[in-house]
Design a protein around this ligand. Structure first.
Ligand SMILES: Nc1ncnc2c1ncn2[C@@H]1O[C@H](COP(=O)(O)OP(=O)(O)OP(=O)(O)O)[C@@H](O)[C@H]1O
Length: 232
């Protein structure tokens, strides 16, 4: 079992405003699988992703990756864990504005012990011809591809994607999903992808639906649809 999520409870706020946003989340995610986390706005998807990524901490419960428990790590170990094992793709691209496509992706490569080849990756991402442009010379889809490149180039064991297509049009969204699917196939990274979009569940091996801080459905999908054929 690769990613073990055990009894996660998370609260926000204090006093009367204290709210439990995750109410005991339990699940195990297999190595190399694509897991889609679905649920309405406010159901706790991003919070759970941030806890898996070591960006936020839970009041109760534990997250283990290949047997290493995040809660037992000190600040330095946690930072090393995030740097070496995690790739994070956000809805906002968070690119460094004065660096080129190549340089933005190289930032990710510097953080890894076994980075992928930057040229090969830019070709896979359809960015090679744009490699010397800076972010404001790129379309939204090209910027999102660059941010995926920066996350993937580390060759992370675990790729966490928070609404990676949220800001993109239909066609570009499907291209980005296909890309995530391609890298999962090619490099075997485990992917956890948060989305509002119900159709995206069809490309996943595993679909977890959250509502109101709890898992309502946890389904193994045996008949995956390739990202290219998704329809919504
Ligand atoms: N830093 C914070 N402080 C206080 N409350 C927070 C904080 N972050 C999230 N919340 C609350 O926790 C709940 C879950 O938020 P979360 O962002 O995890 O939901 P989500 O399912 O990802 O929603 P969306 O799909 O809209 O992004 C929401 O009610 C939100 O208002």
């Amino acid at each position: 079992m690769y990613l073990e999520i055990k009894n996660i409870h998370k609260f926000f706020g204090t006093g009367e405003n204290r709210t439990e946003v995750l109410k005991g989340i339990n699940c195990n995610i297999e190595k190399g699988s694509i897991c889609v986390l679905l649920g309405p706005s406010g159901s706790g998807k991003s919070t759970l992703l941030n806890i898996i990524g070591g960006i936020e901490t839970a009041e109760e419960g534990s997250i283990s990756i290949n047997g290493d428990t995040i809660e037992n790590m000190n600040e330095k170990q946690l930072s090393l864990y995030r740097r070496k094992h995690l790739g994070y793709v956000f809805q906002s691209y968070n690119l460094i504005p004065n660096l080129t496509v190549r340089e933005n992706i190289e930032v990710g490569a510097y953080l890894s012990d076994n980075p992928l080849n930057v040229d090969d990756l830019m070709k896979t991402l359809g960015l090679y011809e744009h490699r010397n442009k800076i972010p404001n010379q790129l379309s939204g889809g090209q910027q999102q591809r660059t941010s995926i490149g920066r996350a993937i180039v580390k060759n992370p064991d675990l790729l966490l994607c928070d609404e990676p297509t949220g800001a993109l049009d239909y066609k570009t969204s499907k291209e980005i999903l296909k890309l995530i699917e391609d890298v999962n196939k090619k490099y075997g990274n485990t992917v956890v992808l948060v989305t509002h979009n119900d159709a995206i569940k069809n490309m996943a091996d595993r679909v977890i639906k959250l509502r109101d801080g709890q898992i309502r459905h946890d389904i193994v999908n045996t008949e995956k649809t390739p990202a290219q054929e998704l329809d919504w």
